[in-house]
Design a protein around this ligand. Structure first.
Ligand SMILES: *[C@@H]1O[C@H](CO)[C@@H](O)[C@H](O)[C@H]1NC(C)=O
Ligand SMILES: *[C@@H]1O[C@H](CO)[C@@H](O)[C@H](O)[C@H]1NC(C)=O
Length: 422
């Protein structure tokens, strides 16, 4: 008897028996997906929803049918995930996956699918340098084009094709533009006549390529002593993005090898997550914070330069948009008021757009019912069962965007008690 009453209540309240839920994408790729030509690449897109959502895609803003007439592309069953076998450069583009059921439409971020590649170095003649022992020497390296950017390192070319990586120390190091910097030449730098070469490596295509041979034939029979002189440093006005790893470096020439130190002229201590590396020449912030902005001084001395030789670097910190509070799904009873927050910040200050079921709010007919109660908060009063929807916000500045995608589900109050909060 009680069961019949319960059933009747649910029927009158919801119109249908089953619980329904708008879709929400919960597996999606990062902003950039790289592929190696010919090697299978996958763009995952998986959503939850009741009933199960249908999936569609757009490529460069145009509807795109993955299971069209190209048998290299497969969309996996029951999900949106696309697998591309033997991808080619024509597969590159901006992709977006949508998951839709009768209660709303959820969307992924825009995925930038790109072919990874590494070009060869420009052909250049071998070079030979003849510095005096004790002087400094720079070996140039113009790394070839690479997507994503290459890792660059320096090697000594052994006989029979072997390569020995150069061990860096306080005397021999690399600047942030891939050049090899020797702060004072020693006889060992001749490397017994073997060549120096810079190498560029792209991990995605799993390929390396080599620059021109460079030789060092030191002159003189004893080392000249040299005072400290500036050789290379990070830009004096240097900016980084909050949350990223960030490095500043100073290289000073001199013999004996200068000792490099860092201080903040305002007297603030260096934060714990800032480590000195490269024998003091470099300051590495594992995750840059706004509070790291300001002036940094690197200074060096050696036996001939007891007075500090120094350089000031001003660090500015900007930021991609980031969440102050991530938007959350909202489940309500009929007649209640829904509030959606999209609390984010960034530097420069980001702008924000709202969408309903992927249609920009302002274009959608539902406008009238929405109240924008703050820049970053919208409200919908007296919700009905028909108001189930997916609501999106896009917070963007010149460094990128973040995408909120949450749903509003409206249930009869009786059922509400049975649905665990998401
Ligand atoms: C968010 O806005 C930015 C800037 O207009 C745009 O580049 C990006 O594609 C948008 N993201 C989505 C998922 O629509
Ligand atoms: C809420 O919506 C219902 C149905 O649309 C309507 O009958 C009722 O008057 C509304 N209540 C308020 C306070 O607007």
């Amino acid at each position: 008897m009680r069961r019949v009453v319960l059933l009747a209540c649910m029927l009158c309240c919801t119109g249908i028996l089953a619980v329904t839920r708008p879709p929400g994408v919960y597996i999606q790729p990062r902003y950039d997906v790289f592929f190696k030509a010919g090697e299978t690449v996958e763009m995952p897109c998986v959503a939850e929803g009741i009933p199960n959502p249908r999936y569609t895609w757009q490529k460069n803003g145009i509807d795109f049918n993955p299971s069209g007439n190209d048998d290299r592309l497969v969309q996996l069953t029951n999900v949106g995930t696309i697998v591309i076998n033997r991808p080619e450069d024509k597969d590159e583009g901006i992709f977006q996956c949508f998951a839709e059921n009768d209660y709303g439409k959820s969307a992924t971020i825009n995925i930038n699918l790109r072919e990874a590649k590494l070009k060869e170095f420009d052909v250049e003649a071998d070079v030979t340098f003849s510095p005096y022992l004790g002087e400094s020497q720079t070996l140039n390296c113009v790394a070839p084009e690479s997507i994503p950017p290459p890792e660059v390192y320096w090697v000594i070319k052994e006989q029979y094709g072997g390569l020995t990586p150069i061990n860096f120390d306080a005397r021999v190091t690399m600047d942030h533009e891939s050049r090899l910097r020797i702060t004072n030449i020693k006889a060992v730098d001749s490397q017994d006549g073997k060549a120096y070469a810079c190498m560029a490596m792209n991990r995605i295509v799993r390929k390396t390529t080599q620059g021109a041979h460079q030789f060092i034939i030191p002159r003189g029979s004893s080392e000249v002593q040299r005072p400290v002189t500036y050789m290379w440093a990070s830009p004096t006005d240097h900016f980084g993005l909050r949350g990223d790893e960030f490095r500043i470096k100073c290289i000073f020439a001199g013999n004996p090898t200068p000792d490099v130190h860092w201080v903040r002229p305002d007297g603030k201590p260096l934060p714990d997550y800032a480590k000195q590396s490269s024998f003091g020449q470099e300051l590495v912030f594992s995750r840059l914070e706004f509070s790291d902005g300001g002036e940094y001084v690197c200074w060096a001395t050696n036996a001939l330069s007891p007075q500090r030789v120094q350089r000031t670097i001003t660090v500015r910190v900007e930021s991609r948009p980031y969440w102050i509070e991530k938007p959350r799904d909202v489940v309500l009873g009929i007649g209640e008021t829904a509030r959606f927050k999209c609390l984010a910040d960034g530097m420069p200050k980001p702008s924000l757009n709202w969408y309903i079921n992927t249609v920009r709010l302002g274009d959608a007919n539902m406008d009238k019912r929405f109240k924008r109660i703050a820049f970053d908060e919208v409200m919908l009063v007296n919700v009905t069962k028909e108001d189930a929807m997916v609501i999106q916000c896009n917070v963007t500045n010149k460094y990128g965007y973040i995408w909120g995608d949450v749903y509003l589900n409206v249930l009869c109050k009786y059922l509400l008690g049975f649905i665990p909060p998401v």
